[in-house]
Every structure is written in structure tokens, then in C-alpha cells.
Design a protein around this ligand. Structure first.
Ligand code: UD1
Length: 367
């Protein structure tokens, strides 16, 4: 049987690909794993493979960091021979990073069906590199798996045939369910009691690549840090910008940590009184955990975290951020509920659809 060639490249891909690989194997499907090497630091990589039990990749493309064009092109160049040698039944990509689009494009051009896990999400902000990746990957995909039902409206609007789309739930939340019992408690990572700190992550180019925006955010956080311990896990991109802009002084009152492993981060999210972030995945994970989340962006491609979950958009308006923190600490944060199908079984649903689809494809070929 030809394999399904599964692709992961950057940190947020790993918690999505792990349950998919497991469920495909359980369904009796053969998988091969390609790691593009978009992220390569041990802290962004190795510990996720270990924590999530992901098998060693069958192919490691070692593309590393570069401009969007160069990084995307390098993935494409290095992925094409792998595609040729594996002759897969389909290529499965997750999320919205440059590796996602690059591998989908190579597969589509060679007539190999593309499967996109986490399809249909839209921020409607084309200045976000991920939005371009989402729109184009969905256009190229033969099977699209949705985390929230409303995403179907976005696909319809873009002319994508509805029969390609399947609402299955959220594989990132599958990983959360599977690993929550093993999460490292905050008291172990920080010596901090549950509910005694706020957790911060920042890495979007729109927040960290502009000196004035980054300084404004860090000043507001430093101010919040005077009344509540703020724990800041710093992404390599953000660390680079803070140093380049000479903003290290604004970190003085914060607890600064390097990028954390999956189980440490899960524990820190679960035990936080609130989370401030610009990450897409963390908006979903906090909703699943019932922890208040303040998103430091003007938009989100994950609107269900606002309508049903614990998420609120505060943008980069620092007064709004301070007010929202005060409301949450006064016990007036959104309680939220768990969105439909965020139940830990999304990957099994995906595997069932793929198995039926492969059988049908074989039947049509034989006919
Ligand atoms: C990428 C994804 C983003 C995702 C994020 C999670 C795209 C367009 N962006 O952004 O959607 O939310 O990953 O982290 O695909 N670096 C290291 N070590 C690494 C990786 C990166 O030091 O292992 C540094 C390099 O200086 C690099 C910078 O971080 O230039 C940015 O890395 P890059 O992969 O371009 O994008 P991210 O900001 O990580």
C-alpha cells in the first residue's frame, strides 16, 4: 500500500501531527514522516518529539531559517525528490506555516492528492504570512479537515467544493487530552502556586518586528508585572528582536524563560490565572483548559475561542490590556465552554475519513 506522506516543520505542527500519525497507524494505514527543519533548535524541536512520542522522521530536510521566499522555495526543492521516491497515496499537511504551503504546492503540481488538517481558518488579514499559507493550501487540498464548523463558510466563499470538507474537531486538543495528566505542574517549573501568575508568549511579526509596538507591549506587561507575577517564555524570534532593539531593560520585573517543552508549557497554561499571547494554538489550548486568554492581536482566525471559549481580543491597546487583566483578576473573565468535537478524538475521525476516501479512490481507479 502506498504511504500517506505526513509533513511537519515548525513547533506548532508537532502537537498536531502526533495524534494524526497515531490514528492513521491504528487505522492500518502506512505513514512516512517528513520534517522540513523549518524549526531546528532543540528547544523548538527535539523535546516535542520526545514529549509527544513522535517517531524519528523518515526524511529530514534541514531547511532552517531564511526569508519567506527562500524558506518556502528550499522546502519545495528538497521535498520534491522525497515525494518522487516515496510515491505516496497522498501528502498530509497541518496548520499554516511556510512548510505547510510549500509541500502542498509540490504535491499538487505533481498530481498527488493533498490533505489539509486545520483547514478553513481565516483571520482576513493578508498581512499575516500564515493567512496567505491558509488560503493557498486550502485551494490546493483534496480533503480538508475543519476544527470548527464555521470554517466551512470561509471555504464555500472561496469556491471550495463542500464535499471535500469534513468537520472533525481539533487535533491539537487531542494532544492536550492525551498529555494533560503528564503536564509538569507550575510549582515544579517555577515554584509558583496555581493561580499566582500570568503567562505571556509573543512571536507574531506584527507584534515583535516593530520596535515601537514591541516596546509598548513590554511596557504594559512590565506594568502588569508590578501587581502580578508575569512569566514570559521567549520565542527565539522575539529574543532576537528584544536584543536588536535594546529592550532588555523592560524584562527586569518579569520571570523570563526560554522556549519550553510541551509538558512544561501545558502545566504553565493550566496553572496560570490568565494567559497573554499572540499564538493561535494557545488561544485554543486555553479554551480547552478553561483558562482566561487575552490575545494581543486585532483579529483571530479561531473565532470559536471568542464565541464559546475563554479568549478575548485586546490588540496592542495597552489600556485595554490592563483593563482586561483587572476584570479577570476580579473574577469577571469569560467562563467559556468546550467547543463541539474538541474531545480528544479528532484524529480518529480524520483516519476514518481518509481510509474510506482511499478505498473509494482505489475502487474508482480499478473501475
Ligand atoms: C513560524 C511560523 C508561525 C508559527 C511559529 C511558531 C511561518 C510563516 N511562521 O514562525 O506560523 O506560529 O513558527 O514558532 O511559517 N529561530 C531559531 N530557531 C528555530 C527557529 C527559528 O532561532 O528553531 C529564529 C530564527 O532567528 C528565525 C526566527 O526565529 O529567523 C523566525 O523563525 P521562522 O521559522 O521564520 O518563523 P517563526 O517566527 O518561528
Amino acid at each position: 500500500m502506498s504511504p500517506i506522506l505526513c509533513v511537519a516543520g515548525a513547533r506548532p505542527n508537532f502537537m498536531k501531527i502526533a495524534p494524526v500519525l497515531g490514528a492513521l497507524a491504528e487505522a492500518g494505514l502506512t505513514c512516512r514522516l517528513v520534517h522540513t527543519g523549518q524549526h531546528y533548535d532543540p528547544a523548538m524541536n527535539d523535546c516535542f518529539f520526545r514529549d509527544l512520542g513522535i517517531p524519528a522522521p523518515d526524511h529530514y530536510l534541514e531547511v532552517g531559517s531564511a526569508s519567506h521566499a527562500v524558506q518556502t522555495a528550499e522546502v519545495m526543492k528538497r521535498f520534491e525528490p522525497v515525494l518522487e521516491s516515496e510515491a505516496p497515496a497522498a501528502v498530509l499537511v497541518v496548520g499554516d506555516v511556510n512548510s505547510t504551503l510549500a509541500c502542498a504546492l509540490v504535491a499538487a503540481k505533481r498530481g498527488v492528492p493533498v490533505i489539509h488538517v486545520e483547514a478553513g481558518l481565516r483571520s482576513f488579514d493578508r498581512a499575516m504570512p500564515e493567512e496567505v499559507n491558509r488560503v493557498l493550501t486550502d485551494q490546493l487540498s483534496d480533503l480538508l479537515f475543519l476544527t470548527e464548523a464555521e470554517a466551512l463558510d470561509n471555504l464555500r466563499r472561496e469556491g471550495i467544493p463542500e464535499e471535500r470538507a469534513h468537520f472533525v474537531g481539533n487535533v491539537m486538543i487531542d494532544s492536550l487530552h492525551r498529555n494533560l495528566a503528564r503536564a509538569v505542574p507550575a510549582v515544579q517549573t517555577l515554584g509558583a502556586a496555581p493561580g499566582s501568575y500570568a503567562l505571556l508568549t509573543l512571536h507574531r511579526p506584527s507584534n515583535v518586528d516593530d520596535a515601537a509596538t514591541l516596546a509598548g507591549l513590554l511596557e504594559a506587561v512590565a506594568d502588569i508585572g508590578r501587581g502580578l507575577r508575569v512569566v514570559f517564555s521567549v520565542h527565539p524570534r522575539t529574543r532576537g528582536r528584544i536584543e536588536a532593539f535594546g529592550l532588555q531593560g523592560l524584562l527586569a520585573g518579569l520571570t523570563v524563560l526560554p522556549p519550553l517543552g510541551y509538558l512544561e508549557m501545558l502545566g504553565l497554561m493550566r496553572d496560570a490565572s490568565l494567559v497573554m499571547t499572540d499564538s493561535g494554538g494557545i488561544q485554543e489550548e486555553t479554551t480547552a483548559l478553561g483558562v482566561p486568554c487575552l490575545t494581543l492581536r486585532e483579529n483571530t482566525e479561531r473565532p470559536i475561542t471568542l464565541t464559546q471559549g475563554t479568549n478575548q481580543l485586546v490588540g496592542t491597546d495597552t489600556a485595554r490590556l490592563r483593563r482586561a487583566v483587572a476584570e479577570i483578576l476580579a473574577g469577571r473573565g469569560p467562563a467559556g465552554r468546550i467547543p463541539h468535537y474538541w474531545d480528544g478524538c479528532a484524529a480518529q475521525r480524520i483516519a476514518a475519513v481518509i481510509r474510506a476516501w482511499l478505498a473509494e479512490t482505489e475502487r474508482l481507479k480499478a473501475a
